[in-house]
Write a protein that binds this ligand. Structure first.
Ligand code: ADP
Ligand code: F6P
Length: 323
């Protein structure tokens, strides 16, 4: 008996990340090359609930590999946290004959993918978030581009900081994780890096600034992860207690945009290709990741239960060579 043509859907969910389009492109072209039909879903789980689907072909993903953002748009969808929302999404999948879904997002999106898998729609998650805070993978799509954006911005801040012998307190994204802060901090020569994982006080920052002044350091970058926050107050306290003019810069959403770097384009293409191979075998409820540059996959619940170690070695190096 002729085998039914497989049909898959793809959506992007949660915070967007540079490289998501490269992942979408890889999934669509891999699937079509395998004889599958592909439906794009706009606006994440909200679009799946509402039925915002369109059939995709090879040309649907032309000229996007170099573009930040997501051509499928994304959304945060509280309704999908409820059973009724998941049931509506399942009905959409059944209506379109979707045999499996690729979900590009972070931990939250994977929790949704586990629910949908439990309701009979095999889902495969791709780690798409600039935070790099997903424990089952060494790397998440968007992380390298975001870090390079931060370094480019802070290099500009350093110009004026140095010209005025000032201290610049720079707040970066990362939600509750400090991976962007540590890696950007070491790359920008920060005198101190404040992260949720290794809490240091503002008084400790001030002490380090004063110590570095004794050996001639005259301008300072303090990197603050948004999970610590309060960068404006930190700058004010530094100025008050050291007399050094201090300014805070909250980089914000500039970290989420921009053309994806090679690393993000390659990682996205690799993991997208692998995800389709899983769905081709009817395998779902998995999260794809990269471990020592090899593509791997884990049961979603297993992936969500993992804990990601903090880069304490990097943190120490950053501190030891900061002045
Ligand atoms: P990210 O995927 O980047 O972590 P969110 O945490 O905002 O971003 O999750 C994105 C979407 O995934 C949410 O808007 C919601 O639709 C869905 N989601 C998040 N957590 C859950 C959950 N526990 N159960 C079901 N769906 C969830
Ligand atoms: O998860 C990615 C991220 O950029 C976090 O670093 C940040 O805290 C959050 O999204 C911001 O979310 P929103 O775009 O909804 O303000």
């Amino acid at each position: 008996m002729e085998q039914k043509q497989k049909t898959i859907g793809i959506l992007t969910s949660g915070g967007d990340a540079p490289g998501m389009n490269a992942a979408v492109r890889s999934v669509v072209r891999t699937a079509i090359n395998k004889g599958m039909r592909v439906y794009g879903v706009y606006h994440g789980y909200a679009g799946l609930i509402k039925g915002e689907l369109f059939e995709m072909d090879m040309r649907s993903v032309s000229n996007i590999i170099h573009r930040g953002g997501t051509m499928l748009y994304t959304a945060r969808c509280p309704e999908f946290r409820e059973e009724a929302g998941v049931m509506k999404a399942k009905e959409t999948c059944e209506k379109y004959g979707i045999d499996g879904m690729v979900i590009i997002g972070g931990d939250g999106s994977f929790r949704g993918a586990a629910d949908l898998s439990r309701h009979g729609i095999p889902c495969v998650g791709l780690p798409g978030t600039i935070d790099n805070d997903i424990a089952c993978t060494d790397y998440t799509i968007g992380y390298d581009t975001a870090m390079n954006t931060v370094v480019e911005m802070v290099d500009k801040i350093r110009d004026t900081c140095q010209s005025h012998d000032r201290c610049s307190v720079v707040e970066v994204m990362g939600r509750r994780a400090g991976y962007i802060a540590v890696n950007a901090g070491i790359s920008c020569g920060a005198i101190c890096i404040m992260t949720p994982e290794i809490p240091i006080t503002v008084d400790e920052v001030i002490a380090r600034i004063k110590e570095s002044q004794k050996v001639g350091k005259q301008n300072f970058i303090v990197m603050v992860a948004e999970g610590v926050g309060h960068s404006v107050e930190i700058a004010e306290k530094i100025e008050k207690e050291t007399g050094i003019e201090s300014r805070a810069t909250i980089l914000g959403h500039v970290q989420r945009g921009g053309n994806p770097t090679v690393r993000d384009r390659v990682a996205a293409s690799q993991m997208g290709y692998y995800a389709v191979q899983l769905l081709e075998k009817g395998i779902g409820n998995r999260v794809v990741g990269l471990r020592h540059d090899a593509v791997v996959d884990f049961d979603i619940q297993e992936a969500l239960s993992m804990k990601k170690p903090f880069q304490e070695d990097l943190y120490k190096i950053a501190n030891d060579i900061s002045y």
